[in-house]
Design a protein around this ligand. Structure first.
Ligand SMILES: Cc1cc2nc3c(=O)[nH]c(=O)nc-3n(C[C@H](O)[C@H](O)[C@H](O)COP(=O)(O)O)c2cc1C
Length: 258
């Protein structure tokens, strides 16, 4: 998992934050409450009291409802929304034997098609970073839960330590079609996506690479039944469970259904 980054502008209020705070104060003034009255000043979109209830009464009601939540550290929000599934990333060249493999949990789909784009966070603390920078291509493999322990072990050692992870973890590299980096083989791999680097503008600041998928492979034995697993950010994982089919409600997005 990526190491913690130094927080920026700690203790300073950015111009944007100042503007937001001023807007909140103005809104609070309009609502007839002090800007320090947290419940209302920060929730200016709440409807005004109805049924003759005073503003104080309304604030009390809101406070009661709010107490069903307790504060959560912002430094850990990634644990709430860290997407999955955990992926393997291969880089280097299968042909000359310089291929490497690592684990990532931070990634996102950025565009459906024309072209399909995927963002991954892969940082300079990984040996794979320099290789991706040089060769501008990689493969994203989707492992199923049967591989979870291996995938975690792969993400806890580096080729910089002289480890050949393919041999050490009994992983099978297979030649890809459009890139030099290999696919990950084996019955427990759900899919492989061959990618080329599309955009590096956010790499310096966020280690965020925008990749273009150029070829994809599925394992038909696993596509329906294979369960992916998702990192909760603290070494615990959630495994795919029940499938909820709400396709008939996705009235605006029919084009994304087969
Ligand atoms: C569950 C898990 C998730 C990880 N997620 C990421 C990630 O999103 N981005 C990243 O750069 N490293 C991530 N890592 C760490 C890399 O896999 C790790 O640094 C690895 O040793 C890099 O291998 P390399 O140095 O051979 O390239 C993760 C590790 C684990 C175990």
């Amino acid at each position: 998992m990526p190491p913690k980054r130094k927080p920026q502008n700690q203790g300073e209020e950015s111009p944007r934050a100042k503007r937001r705070s001023r807007r909140n104060q103005d809104a609070a003034a309009k609502a007839g409450v002090s800007a320090s009255s947290k419940a209302v000043a920060t929730r200016t979109d709440q409807p005004l009291a109805s049924g003759g209830k005073s503003r104080d009464g309304q604030a009390e009601d809101l406070a009661k409802e709010t107490s069903s939540f307790t504060s959560y550290p912002v430094s850990k929000v990634y644990r709430l929304i860290e997407p999955g599934p955990v992926l393997l990333v291969t880089t280097g060249s299968f042909a000359d034997g310089t291929h490497n493999i690592m684990t990532i949990g931070f990634h996102m789909v950025m565009q459906h098609e024309s072209p399909p784009l995927i963002g991954i966070s892969l940082g300079p603390w990984d040996a794979s970073f320099a290789v991706l920078k040089k060769r501008r291509e990689c493969v994203l493999a989707v492992p199923s839960v049967e591989m979870a322990a291996t995938v975690v072990d792969v993400g806890n050692c580096s080729s910089d330590d002289g480890v050949d992870k393919w041999t050490k973890f009994g992983l099978k590299a297979l030649p890809a079609n459009k890139v030099d980096a290999p696919l990950v083989g084996g019955p427990d791999v759900i899919a492989n996506i061959e990618c080329v680097v599309e955009d590096t503008k956010m790499v310096g600041k966020y280690s965020m690479w925008v990749l273009k998928a150029v070829k994809a492979w599925q394992n038909p034995q696993k596509m329906e039944t294979g369960r992916m697993f998702h990192h909760r950010g603290d070494g615990t994982f959630v495994v795919d469970g029940e499938v909820l089919n709400l396709q008939d409600r996705m009235v605006k997005w029919k084009e994304y259904q087969d």
